[in-house]
Structure formats: C-alpha cells, structure tokens
Design a protein. Structure first.
Length: 440
C-alpha cells in the first residue's frame, strides 16, 4: 500500500472517532441534565421536609405573675352558737308554738307542758306555807305568855325574899318559856321549808313553759302536742336553736404535713356542693393543738370564720377550703415540668459538632436522619426537686436553637408553676419544658 493511502486511512479513522464521540456526548448530556434535576429536586424536598418538622423542643415564654400557696382541707359548716333546748320536767306536751326555720327571740315560749298537776302542787304548798305562818304566830303568842308568867314569878320571888313561888314552880315556868322558844323556832323553820317548797313548785310551773335561751333560728324540733316528755338524769333534746346564721364557722381537718404552715388570721376560700360555681371567703381564727386520728391519718381541727349575709350557707354543709398560707406577686413563674427536663448530650453539644456537607452531598442527599427526642429525665416531681439544694435549681432555655442551662433560685410552688429568680432571667425567655415528639 502506498504512503498516501495510509495517510488517507488515518484521516478517515480520526474523523469517525470524533463523530462517534460527538454522538455520545449528545446522548449523555440530556441524561446528565435529568440526573442533575432529580438531585436538585431531592435536595429541595429534604429542605422542605426539615422546615416542616416541628421544633425539637417544647418551650414556654418566661413571664411574670402571681402565685399563691394553699393548703386544702375539708370540713363542715356550723353555727357560731348552737344550743340544744330540753326540759327538766316530765309531763305531757300541751302546746308547741314554733316549727323548724322559725326565728325566735330570747325568752320566747317554744312549747308548754300540761301544768294541771303542778298547779295543784303549788296551791298545796302555798296552803302549807300559810299554815306554817299561822303556827309561827301561835308559837309567838305562846312564847309571850310563857315569858310573862316567868317574869311575874320572878318578881314575886324577889319581893317575897325567895319564899314564893317555890323552886319547882320557878323551874316549871322557865322550862315552859324555853319550850315556847323552841316551838317558835320550829314554826319558823316550817315556814322557811314551806316557802322553799312554794318556790320549787312555782319554778317548776315556770319551767313547764319551755323558752328560747337565745335569739336565733330553730334548726330542729323533736316535740309534738300530746307527746310525753320523760326527764331523768339528762334533759331530753326537744329543740336545736342556732344563733343568727349571718355568721358561721367552718371546721376543717388539716393534714399533719400541712399544719405547720397554717396560722391564725390567714385568708381562705372555700366551696360547697350546693353552689359549686361560687367561692366564699373565710379567715382562720383557731388552730387546734389537739390531734385526731382517723384510719391512721393524723389531722388537726382548724376553725374558720365565715360571713353568710345572704344565708346561702346552711349548718352541716360539706366544704372544701383552700387556706392561703403564702403568696408572691409579680414574680417570674415557670411550669414545674421545666425542672424535670435535661437535654440529651448530642442536643446540648451545640452546632460545633455538626458535620459540614459537600456540594455533591447537598445535591445527592441520603435519607434524613431522625434527631433524638428522648428526654434525659422523665421522673416525678420528687426527682425534679432533688436538684434544688439550698433553694436553687437548673432550668434550660433555648438560645440560637440550642438548650442552655440557667441557674435559678426557687421560691413558692403550687405544683403547676414555680416561682424563680435570677440574674439571667428576662421577660419572654423561652424555657424548655420537654423535647418534642418526633414527626410520624
């Protein structure tokens, strides 16, 4: 083969290779553009999913407010003064003048017993008194007569030089006078006894009319006309009268663990089942030193003073009282749940531990990683309070998207919110309550 023929062949081969490469590039370029578009779509989708996910922590803005520490106890309402009215006498009820809920005044008749027998006994005692008084008059006259006889005999004895009357006659006159004196004393004693009996009978006659000892309202009545009243060692309970119910008292049982914080003068509020949507005011007026044990639970009776101007409260109602033992106003408050939160180590390490992605990794992202949302501490309130030594505790706040610890001084707590103070606190500071649940 000649040299020109070889050169021509080489030129033809090179031109063919360039033609094939050009065709290959025309085929691969659309494929590359499609792959680039798919990668870009995945990258933007990953960013959109990340943006749509909830924040990794649940927070609440720090704010000021008022907090009140209360001690809750239950008890029953009672009148300030409640008197049981009975009868010292036995007999048949003749009349009953009042009924339950009637207002009565001091000395007002409530009921009357049959006084027929008492009236007869009173008249008999008065007759005995009159007889005794007549006996006194007779004894006085007899004494005067005996004294006059003795005086004449003494005078005659003196004038006769002791000759007359005889010694026996003188002794007889003296004895007669002494007996007259004794009879007078006995008659006077009989008068006193008769007077006492008259007084007893008149008193019993007055007691047959049962009267109210105070101004108040009749709570109960256990007496009907014709009913027999039997008074023995104790007076039967016929009426219960409460002093005016505009003022009442509430006796509650305070638990042993709370009694140390309760003191006289503390304001309180309470509710009753009859008016569940209404709150009543009260004040502590007495804290008992004596204890009561019920089912091995030690409680102390505490008495509260209650105003009842509209008479909506009634004796015996069950009440649930909240005694305000401490209060703080315009202080920083955080949910108590914030003390139970501690971030996982990976979440607390911050942005310095994040790995940088290359441009290719951004274009071709792998499956998104799920961030750990496990709270490190999920114990109860007692576990949270263990970190409050000397009145201090630690809470976590969100700064630049990452949890940062803050030391605070702990004050009052009502179980839901807790008073905190510290130099690093400010209004609106996002306090972390817990890690948010991962997206499903």
């Amino acid at each position: 083969m000649s040299t020109p023929d070889l050169a021509t062949l080489i030129r033809h081969n090179g031109a063919g290779q360039r033609s094939r490469l050009s065709r290959l590039l025309r085929l691969l370029l659309p494929v590359a553009l499609v792959l680039l578009a798919v990668a870009a779509w995945f990258w933007w989708s990953a960013r959109a999913r990340a943006a749509s996910q909830p924040p990794p922590f649940v927070t609440e803005a720090l704010a000021r407010g008022d907090i009140r520490l209360t001690v809750t106890a239950t008890g029953n309402l009672e009148p300030t003064t409640e008197i049981t009215v009975g009868s010292e006498l036995s007999g048949t009820t003749l009349e009953v003048y009042v009924d339950t809920n009637d207002h009565v005044t001091k000395g007002q008749p409530l009921a009357k017993l049959d006084t027929t027998k008492l009236a007869q006994e009173t008249e008999s005692s008065r007759a005995q008194l009159a007889s005794a008084q007549a006996s006194v008059a007779q004894a006085e006259a007899t004494l005067k007569e005996a004294q006059a006889t003795l005086a004449r005999q003494q005078e005659l004895h003196q004038l006769s030089g002791g000759k007359v009357p005889s010694r026996l006659e003188m002794d007889t006159a003296t004895a007669t006078t002494d007996r007259a004196k004794a009879d007078l004393l006995a008659a006077q004693a009989s008068v006193s006894q008769a007077k006492a009996q008259v007084l007893i009978n008149e008193t019993d006659l007055a007691k047959a009319i049962i009267k109210s000892p105070i101004d108040g309202i009749v709570l109960t009545r256990d007496l009907e006309p014709g009913q027999t009243v039997a008074a023995s060692f104790t007076a039967p309970e016929l009426f219960v009268i409460a002093e005016k119910l505009e003022h009442m008292k509430l006796k509650v049982a305070v638990a042993e663990a709370d009694i140390g914080r309760v003191a006289n003068g503390q304001p309180s509020s309470f509710t009753v089942d009859a008016w569940p949507n209404r709150s009543y005011s009260a004040n502590v007026i007495k804290v008992s030193y004596g204890s009561a044990v019920t089912d091995n639970v030690v409680t102390y009776e505490t008495e509260l003073e209650v105003a009842n101007d509209d008479l909506s409260l009634r004796p015996g109602m069950t009440a649930t009282a909240d005694i305000h033992v401490a209060e703080a106003k315009n202080v920083y408050l955080v949910p108590t749940a914030a003390f139970r939160f501690t971030p996982a180590t990976s979440a607390a390490s911050g942005a310095s531990t994040a790995q940088k992605k290359s441009f290719v990794q951004s274009l071709m992202p792998g499956p998104p990683r799920r961030q750990s949302s496990r709270p490190a501490a999920t114990g109860d309130a007692s576990a949270a309070s263990s970190g409050r030594a000397n009145g201090t505790a630690r809470i976590w706040v969100l700064r630049d998207g990452h949890p940062v610890p803050v030391q605070v001084k702990v004050g009052l707590t009502d179980g839901r919110y807790t008073e905190v103070s510290g130099d690093d606190l400010a209004d609106g500071l996002p306090v972390i309550l817990r890690a948010s649940a991962p997206a499903s």
